[in-house]
Design a protein around this ligand. Structure first.
Ligand code: ATP
Length: 241
């Protein structure tokens, strides 16, 4: 079953077409990476799929619900961890989690916060204020906050941006652990991250989907064993997938 299906999803800003008739599907429980150079349309796509931005035309079905006609239903089943972290810096880790649980009206806020602390391995920093956390821990907390509602689909916009290589690898393990139970769509500029984590990868350029497949399939299609080289060849290719 598809968790996500986009039907000629399009977003225009004045004369600029940020996302151009995007048709793709993401299977239930898989990890799907959206790749593309700056301005390719990845963030706009994620914003439309998470009902933050209304498409100009086309539609997207999230777990069968339309972002156009049933955005409230869709929003209850998804979560977003955006590029700009939504962590309250003066609150502790556990306070941030309980606050988020409260915002979503969860009945047992404390219990749910403790579950997420355990799930994401936040025990050692649970009483620390967010403002003293390293970038890696901040990002992990941001993902924990997005997971508090047990979303069926999670959108991660550049989850490891700016992290050092060790923090990034640790976060990969967190993301990997979600596979199978949560459908994850992530955007990244780190090609080795997309290759290591994803079941399928979509490559966007100038708002259009240029190629989609498993990392292995994309390398084969581009005629190279190097994923970065495959990305360069496919991202600059003219025409749709
Ligand atoms: P990056 O990797 O730099 O984050 P991206 O692939 O996420 O890029 P988007 O942020 O989706 O790309 O932007 C796609 C295009 O749409 C860009 O040309 C951008 O300038 C334009 N765009 C995005 N949001 C707006 C907006 N609110 N108003 C006008 N143009 C916008």
């Amino acid at each position: 079953m598809n968790a996500i299906e986009t039907l000629h999803l399009t977003k225009r800003y004045g004369p600029k077409t940020a996302v151009d008739s995007l048709c793709l599907h993401v299977e239930n429980g898989e990890l799907f990476a959206l790749l593309g150079v700056n301005g390719a349309g990845k963030t706009t796509t994620i914003r439309m799929l998470s009902c933050l931005v209304r498409p100009t035309s086309g539609d997207a079905l999230i777990l069968g619900g339309s972002v156009l006609t049933s955005p409230e239903t869709v929003k209850r089943r998804i979560s977003v961890s955006p590029q700009e972290t939504a962590v309250a810096q003066n609150l502790t880790v556990v306070e941030n989690l309980e606050l988020m649980a409260g915002i979503y009206g969860l009945l047992d806020r404390k219990k749910r916060a403790q579950q997420v602390v355990k799930e994401l391995g936040l025990e050692e920093i649970v009483e620390n204020k967010a403002k003293v956390l390293s970038g890696g821990w901040q990002r992990r907390l941001s993902i924990a906050m997005a997971l508090i509602t047990e979303p069926e689909v999670l959108f991660l916009d550049e989850p490891t941006l700016g992290l050092d290589v060790l923090a990034r690898r640790e976060l990969w393990e967190v993301i990997r652990a979600l596979r199978g139970r949560t459908t994850v769509v992530l955007t990244t500029h780190y090609l080795e991250e997309a290759e290591a984590l994803s079941d399928h990868v979509g490559i966007m350029a100038a708002g259009r989907l240029q190629a989609v497949g498993t990392p292995e399939e994309l390398k084969q299609r581009a005629g190279t064993s190097d994923f970065e080289e495959a990305f360069i060849r496919l991202a600059s290719k003219k025409g749709a997938a």
